[in-house]
Write a protein that binds this ligand. Sequence first.
Ligand SMILES: [Zn+2]
Length: 117
Amino acid sequence: MPYCKGCRPRDKKCAFLKKRCDLLLSGRVQYCYECAEFPCRYLQHIDKRYRERYRMSMVENLKYIKENGIEGFLKNEEEKWRCPECGAAICCHNGICFNCGLDKLKQKKQVYRWEKR
Ligand SMILES: [Zn+2]
């Protein structure tokens, strides 16, 4: 499984919404909060799934970015998702570090799930 830093650092359109949103696709909005329909039903749908399964919320993140700017947001996120063992990034889909957690990842039955706490 390749490790991906995300859409924005690779200068790609949002993988979640690009098929559903012309505004994002055409670059007329950079962040969903710029849209009059924020949070639209597509964003709400994926936000619900990520809140339930992956310990994050796109809607909350976007509100934070709107209020505080992207720099501060990224700084907090780096902290939040930093592997305590090696300092690399932890995957939000399973809590596993792609640098030092590969053995753990191979043993998982459901790759895109966190272990129950
Ligand atoms: Zn690690």
